[in-house]
Structure formats: structure tokens, C-alpha cells
Ligand binder design. Sequence first.
Ligand code: XMP
Length: 318
Amino acid sequence: DWTPEHTLETLIEEIRAKVGRDRVMLAVSGGVDSSTLALLLSRAVGDKLTAIFVDHGLLRQGERHEVEAALRPLGDGFRVVDAAEQFLTALKGVSDPEEKRRVVGREFIRVFEAEARKLSQEGYRWLAQGTLYPDVIESAGGEGAANIKSHHNVGGLPPDLKFELLEPFRYLFKDEVRELALLLGLPEHIRMRHPFPGPGLAIRILGEVTREKLDILRRADDIFISALRDWNLYDSVAQALAVLTPVQSVGVVGDERSYGYVLGLRAVSTVDFMTADWARLPWEFLDEVARKITRQVPEVGRVVYDITSKPPATIEWE
Ligand code: XMP
């Protein structure tokens, strides 16, 4: 009969049988799937695993730290590649959302390929991916989310880089991965984390991405997300985010007119992310968040809450 414990044991045996004495590499995104896979592989193959985390500089406050802490069991098998400078340079002057996605995807592949090449020369043979059953179905269909997530599906490495693909989760659903995560000791905040797009904060800054804007958005987003946790509302919404618009609106600070950015907050309820309803967060909560943001992030002059459902609006603003 099926229990998470049984699945865990079976997966570990299967991985060991398949991989033997060979070495395995994995790209970790910080999400629940790849983080769980990292812990699973670490149990199965120990120090034959190297997990690569690309910090593209488009992460939220504290995110890199949380991943580092969660994957401490990997020891030296966990490597962070600090590529923030490279991504920011590549994004200079880019304001079209699809172009931003292409740039981030392209740079991600560049960074990952370089790491894969090094490991391949060290004799690594397996490339592990956290592909889930629904991803397998979608890829078979050829459209949709598989395409959206294309830059995380790094199977398409150049032909001279020969890795065998290891996909231990290809018959699992998200809920089952979350159960495994619990058994493997993945911290709660990563296990139950909302989805976060691969291009990260780049698509939550409308217009050009700059270091200054990233810093503003990061602080505001952190206030919003932390408040959701403090008010026990985090798990009641499927996704929540802050968006920095290029609009400067007038305000008054002391006796003077001031100009500050308009910041959008969005929270949605959804099961499949194909349609979504805006979340009816309590007014007292929104009031507190708006006050905190304008007080602690003075670059923001006005906070608005997005009350548009999907369709017609998407969950992200771009
Ligand atoms: P939309 O904005 O299309 O979002 O309603 C639906 C879900 O997809 C996520 N999303 C992305 N994820 N790369 C990703 O990995 C992307 O470019 C991307 N765009 C949107 C979004 O966060 C939501 O969960």
C-alpha cells in the first residue's frame, strides 16, 4: 500500500540502482521540487551529488539564504553561482517583458552550461531534474507551461555535453512531492512556498530593470509577504506578489509635494493558475501593509491593490 515513507524508500532504491557509482548534477531553483529533489538525491547518493544554484540577482529578500540553509545537508555538494552582475548587464536597456524572459533564459543557460561543462570534465554522468507528472503530460502536448518554464528545463544541452537524464519525480504530483519534502526535512516555508517565476523580479519591475528598482521592490515585497505570514494569510492565497510600476505619483511629505513610485500588490486564489480570482484580503491587513511600505520604503509614494481576476488579467503584471 502507498505511503510517503514507502515512496521515499522506493525512490532511493531506484536512484541507487540506476546511478551506481556515477556522479549526479542538479540545478536548484529554490522552489519546492528542485529543493526536495536535492535532499532526496543527497540521501540516495551522498557526496556524489553536486547541486548548482544560480543566483541571478532577481530573487526576493532572503531567498538565497533560505535555500542555502535548507540545503545545508548537502555540505560542499551545494554550490551557489553568483551571476547577478551578468544578468543585470544583459538586462540593461531591456523593457519588453518577453525580451526580458528571453534574456534571463539565455543567460541562465549560459551560466548553467558552463557549470555543466566543468562537471562533465570531472566525470559527472547524470543530470537530475525535478520534472513532475503534469510536466511530462504537458511536454507531450507540446504547449503551455512546459514552454513557459523552458529555461528551467535544461535537458537541451549542447551535443558535446553528454548527460543521462535522471527524473525521479516523473510519476509524482506536487502534493506527493510536498509529502516527501516533509519526510526529508525541507523547511516549511520552502515546502509550502507560492510559485515564483523563473525570470524572478525582472518581470515584476515594469520597464527597465535597475539595481535601484530591484532594491525598492525587494523591500516592499518582503513587507507584504512577511505580513501575510504574520496574519496567517499566506496559506490562504495561491500566490502573492508586489509589482513596481514606472509611474511616479504625487504625494505630500511634511509640507512638500513629493513624487514616489506606484507599487501594486496582488494576491490570488486559484487551483490551476489558468484562471484566478483576486483574493479578498482583509482591509485592516491591506491598510497595515500600505502604511508599513510607505513608511519603510520612502521611494514608494502610493500603494494599490489589484482587484482584477484572470481572465482578463494575468497573475503577473507582465
Ligand atoms: P500568468 O501571469 O500567466 O501566470 O497568469 C501564471 C503562473 O505562471 C507564472 N509565470 C511564470 N513562471 N516563467 C515562469 O517560470 C515565466 O516567465 C512566468 N510567467 C508567469 C506566474 O508566476 C503564475 O504562477
